[in-house]
Design a protein around this ligand. Structure first.
Ligand code: ATP
Ligand code: MG
Length: 263
C-alpha cells in the first residue's frame, strides 16, 4: 500500500510545489513508484511537470483532478485511472488547473465532503509506493481533503520569512483533522527551504523552529538551500534533480529522499 504524503502550508511561496516535484523524482531514482497529485488550482505542479492543461492545448483526451472529483461528488463514480493519470518517464501525475477552484465551492454542499480525494486515492493507492499531494496555499476544503487522504504531512517553511502564527494555525488544523477525521495522520516533519548559511536570519529561523517545535515535531536534518536553478527547471518541465543533478538543491532533495525512506 502506497504512503500518501501531503505537502502543506497555507503560506504561499514556501516551496511546496518544488518539494513535491523534487521529492517525487528523488523517490523515483530510488526505484519507487510515485504519483504526484496537483491539489492546487494554480496548477504549478502540473506545469512544472511539462504538462499543458489549457483546454485548447489538450489533445490527449485526459481529464484533470477537478473532473474526477466532480464525477465522484455528483455520480459517486471514479473514472478509469488511465483517464486521469498521466504517465511520464519519472513520476506519474494527476494534473489540475483553474477549474479546481470551482470544486472547492462545490464541496461545500457535498455529502462526506472531506473524503472525496481520499476515496479517489484509495482506489489507486495499491499501484504506488508513494503518493505526494501538492496542496494549495490555503486551509480551505481542498487542503482539508488532502489532509484527510494523507498518512503524513511535510510542512515546508521558508528560512527567510517565518510566520510562527501561521505555522501554529497549520499545526492546530492538522491536530483537529487527526482528532476528528483521520486518526492516522502524522506530521512527517518541518522542512526548512531557501536556507542561506551566510545569513544570520536563516540561522535564527532554524533555531526558533528547533526551540518551538523540535520536541514534538521532527525538523528534517536536510536544509534546502537557495539556487536560481529552482526557478529555471520548471520552465523546462523538469525537477531540479532532472534539470541540474549536480546542483546543491538537487543534492539537498536527494538528502530529504533518504530521510523519508529511512523513517
Ligand atoms: P504556492 O503557495 O504559490 O503554491 P509553493 O509553496 O508551492 O507556492 P514554490 O512554487 O515551490 O512554492 O516556490 C515559490 C517560489 O520560490 C518559486 O518561484 C520557486 O522557484 C522559488 N523557490 C522555491 N524553492 C527555492 C529554492 N530552494 N531556491 C530558490 N528559489 C526557490
Ligand atoms: Mg505550489
Amino acid at each position: 500500500m502506497g504512503r500518501i504524503i501531503a505537502i502543506a502550508n497555507q503560506k504561499g511561496g514556501v516551496g511546496k510545489t518544488t518539494t513535491a516535484s523534487n521529492l517525487a523524482d528523488g523517490l523515483v531514482q530510488k526505484g519507487k513508484k510515485v504519483l504526484k497529485v496537483d491539489m492546487d488550482p494554480q496548477g504549478n505542479l502540473t506545469m512544472s511537470s511539462g504538462i499543458e492543461t489549457e483546454i485548447n492545448d489538450r489533445q490527449d483526451g485526459l481529464i484533470t483532478l477537478s473532473e474526477v472529483m466532480l464525477e465522484k461528488m455528483n455520480n459517486d463514480r471514479i473514472p478509469e485511472k488511465q483517464e486521469f493519470i498521466i504517465k511520464t518517464g519519472q513520476a506519474d501525475l494527476i494534473p489540475a488547473d483553474m477549474s479546481l477552484s470551482g470544486v472547492e465551492l462545490a464541496l461545500v454542499n457535498t455529502m462526506s465532503r472531506e473524503y472525496v480525494l481520499k476515496e479517489i486515492l484509495e482506489s489507486i493507492r495499491n499501484l504506488y509506493d508513494y503518493i505526494l499531494v501538492d496542496c494549495c496555499p490555503s486551509l480551505g476544503m481542498l487542503t482539508v481533503n488532502s489532509l484527510t487522504a494523507a498518512d503524513s504531512v511535510i510542512i515546508p517553511v521558508q528560512a527567510e520569512f517565518l510566520s510562527l502564527k501561521g505555522l501554529e494555525l497549520l499545526v492546530q488544523t492538522i491536530s483537529r483533522i487527526k482528532r476528528q477525521i483521520n486518526k492516522a495522520l502524522e506530521i512527517e516533519g518541518i522542512l526548512i527551504t531557501m536556507f542561506n548559511r551566510q545569513t544570520i536570519l536563516s540561522r535564527q529561523i532554524k533555531e526558533i523552529l528547533e526551540n518551538n517545535y523540535g520536541c514534538n515535531i521532527r525538523i528534517f536534518q536536510t536544509l534546502i538551500p537557495k539556487s536560481i536553478k529552482v526557478a529555471e527547471a520548471p520552465i523546462e518541465g523538469m525537477s531540479v534533480l532532472q534539470y541540474s543533478p549536480n546542483n546543491i538543491v538537487a543534492h539537498a532533495y536527494r538528502g530529504l529522499t533518504e530521510e523519508i525512506l529511512n523513517v
